[in-house]
Design a protein around this ligand. Structure first.
Ligand code: NDP
Length: 396
């Protein structure tokens, strides 16, 4: 029996609140806090049991410390934005409470996807005797656990990993992002990068494309991107020779993005406008559809998985582990679309592993560092069933 403090009342926060509320034997008390309290209240009103809601500016460490001291949670589950990771980690350190998030810290003024800022807390968390679990969403998150599971059950040595992320859903808007537009567009417009034979290879944004055949969805144009889980998997999967990350984008999405980039609307440096400093990407977020509102009309599926090549007992082995999720089904259950759902469910499951003592440690951890089995069992139990496809390969 534990008390969880959820920070962030966006699409992912909604799913986390719903999923925690469905498991009262672990999360017997829930506090949901965010910058705008009315959003917490709207989520609370949709839940099957009462929770407490609060207002907090999580950029302010002392506000976070006061909130933690008031409610004394066993765990702080951060699904606000990546900018808040460090102030929330600081507050957890000061109060001696465990921490979990779904996305690595990013500085506001430069799009960087690196764990170095959060890994730097390792010694301080260890000394304090608390635990931080980083990246407990789908990718990062479930994809890391799929890697640990493949390593444990299917391979002596994994040689190549391709993480393949397809959203084959249709929301009916000409252009919208599936999670926070600012974070999503920063991720896509940066240079692509993959790791091969001990080196990072950088490429121009969206310059490598393949048609990948996704389970239950079919072939889709996919682009090589850099994604944060590559950094920890390179460290933690032994014998690895290459790791890449692919994501699908439709022609319409890419055309809109190209235009927005060309006219300067994706810039993250301030621009003087009518005597005020504005950041074009922040303004763009204000005029785009709220990702949380997309679920109403969203149809179709996500199909996300990991394709492996390696050896077992001296023989070459290819396989894929994947999950398929239906937007409309997710909306029916939680009022959120599948991208929020596939992030929020693993956040609850990661928290459950920590609170039930299945995943324990002192310090800062990535998902693949723990036994994947209890997490994989819970994916099947709480709405993200996974499958293994033997013989699946990807073009080099
Ligand atoms: P949203 O933008 O929908 O929600 C973010 C929430 O955080 C909003 O409610 C916002 O408040 C709140 N917030 C922002 N700043 C602060 C602050 N300073 N203090 C308190 N609350 C704040 O984002 P999503 O729900 O789509 O995404 C949430 C997180 O999940 C992000 O970090 C995202 O990167 C991550 N993610 C991870 C994925 C994975 O697979 N690992 C996939 C998708 C998302 P307000 O409503 O007032 O703006």
């Amino acid at each position: 029996m534990a008390k969880v403090l959820i920070i962030g009342a966006g699409g992912v926060g909604r799913v986390v609140a719903h999923k925690c509320a469905q498991v009262p034997s672990v999360f017997n008390e829930i506090v949901l806090a965010s910058r705008t309290k009315s959003k917490c209240d709207a989520i609370a009103a949709s839940l099957p049991r009462p929770i407490v809601t609060e207002q907090v500016d999580a950029d302010d460490v002392q506000q976070m410390v006061a909130l933690i001291k008031k409610h004394k949670p066993n765990l702080v589950l951060n699904v606000a934005l990546p900018y808040q990771d460090l102030p929330i980690m600081d507050a957890c350190l000061e109060t001696g409470v465990d921490y979990l998030d779904t996305a690595n810290y990013e500085p506001k003024d430069v799009a960087k996807f690196e764990y170095k800022w959060q890994w730097a807390y390792q010694d301080r968390y260890k000394q304090k005797g608390i635990m931080a679990l980083l990246g407990s969403g789908f990718d990062p998150g479930v994809t890391n656990v799929f890697c640990a599971y493949a390593q444990k059950h299917f391979y002596d040595e994994i040689h190549t990993i391709d993480i393949v992320d397809c959203n084959a859903g249709e929301h009916g808007h000409p252009f919208a992002t599936n999670f926070n537009p600012e974070i999503n567009i920063r991720e896509i417009t940066q240079k692509g990068k993959y790791w091969e034979n001990g080196q990072w290879i950088e490429i121009a944004p969206m310059s490598i494309k393949r048609d990948i055949d996704y389970p239950e969805v079919g072939p889709k144009a996919s682009y090589l991107l850099y994604h944060e889980e590559l950094e920890s998997l390179v460290k933690n999967i032994k014998g690895l020779r290459r790791i890449r990350f692919w994501m699908t984008f439709g022609e319409q999405y890419i055309t809109h993005l190209r235009v927005l980039q060309n006219v300067g609307m994706t810039r993250i440096d301030p621009v003087e406008f009518k005597g005020q400093q504005i950041i074009p990407l922040e303004f763009l977020k204000a005029v785009l559809p709220d990702p949380g509102s997309l679920g109403v009309t969203y149809k179709g599926k996500t199909s996300i998985g990991v394709i492996f090549n390696g050896v077992k007992g001296g023989l070459q082995k290819d396989l894929m582990i994947y999950n398929v999720c239906d937007h409309a089904e997710c909306f029916k259950e939680t009022g959120a679309q599948a991208v929020s759902y596939t992030t929020g469910v693993p956040a609850m499951i990661g928290a459950k592993q920590m609170l039930t003592g299945k995943w324990r440690g002192k310090g800062v951890f990535n998902m693949e560092q723990f036994d994947p089995d209890p997490f994989m069992d819970d994916l099947n139990k709480y709405g993200l069933p996974w499958h293994v496809l033997h013989g699946k390969t990807i073009e080099n």
